[in-house]
Design a protein around this ligand. Sequence first.
Ligand code: ADP
Ligand code: MG
Length: 345
Amino acid sequence: MRRLTAILMMFILTLSLVSCGGQGEGDVYVDTTWHMDTYFSYLLYGRKAEKVFNELEEIVKNAEQVFDCYSADSEIYAVNEEDEDGYKEISRELFEVLERALSGYSRSDGAFDPTVGRLVSLWGFGTDDPSVPSDEDIKEALQHVGGSDVHLKQVDGRYYVSKPEGMMLDFGGIAKGYTLTLIARKLADSKLTDAVISVGGNVLLYGDRKFSVGIRRPSKDALDPVCTFSLSRCVVSTTGSYERFFVENGVQYCHIIDSKTGQSVNGDMVSLSVVMSDAAEADLWSTAYFVKGMDAALEAMRIGELEGVILTEDNRILCSEGLAEKLEEGSVAEGWTWEVVARES
Ligand code: ADP
Ligand code: MG
């Protein structure tokens, strides 16, 4: 029953946050499915929309089989279980997502770290009983973390990965975005005119049609937006500390972990949404800047490297200049202060 209510809520949310202008061609198809521990919501416009939906679902199911770390049937799960050092053959699909994740690791100076798995499980995120680990346990787990220790190689059209024994790859910060990247490729080959596909905090807007995208109020059960933007042809990815967290001795700990210290990230941002053209990039950078912290995110906005919006603990909305132009008039919720982060020339 709870599941059904959640599906209905998600459905209503998608329809209420996404309103469309202009006229599309052909069918409209709306559906919601459950994969990778989250909802996939589809709103598809154009010819044979339902057929395209079925093809997209196949892509998602395949992605789940390859790189969903939480599914015991997945290829990545088997790689994590493997105890021996040395190269192990993997599929091209897994190779490609690993390549992207490791490139994100180096480009973000290690803020995005797909080898954070041991720390995530030490803190107990993803279980019913998370708790603050001891310093010794964090120190021990840190020895099995570090993106620079993972190596890829390609020989004669075959793909290999090597990771140290005891290291656990975790694609929680990129799997959903990367799946949307695969979906976007398929959409480009389809006859659809426009689409909105939303996957747990990542929204892909395809086509020229403008959609109204809301930035969610940072509270577990809230569904109303603090502001809305009119956007097309982009991806909005959000990382927040308000959805998956626990409280111990009055302190709130969120599921994003700084892999340099092993600590749960505790900054001034309660959520960070980034707007980019590619979904895997948006997903990994929203996580990376959440780890780097508010000052780094603001600086990236000032120098024009990041379009996005930050929500703070004290109800401020800090929006980059380019994105601010897309704000829908009158959409800022009561009790929130709107501030534009000016670009320095
Ligand atoms: P969500 O999955 O909640 O929408 P994110 O995209 O930011 O949010 O991903 C969070 C997930 O990424 C965590 O649940 C964890 O699996 C993983 N993760 C945590 N810390 C890091 C990190 N520093 N780098 C990469 N992935 C991380
Ligand atoms: Mg992310």
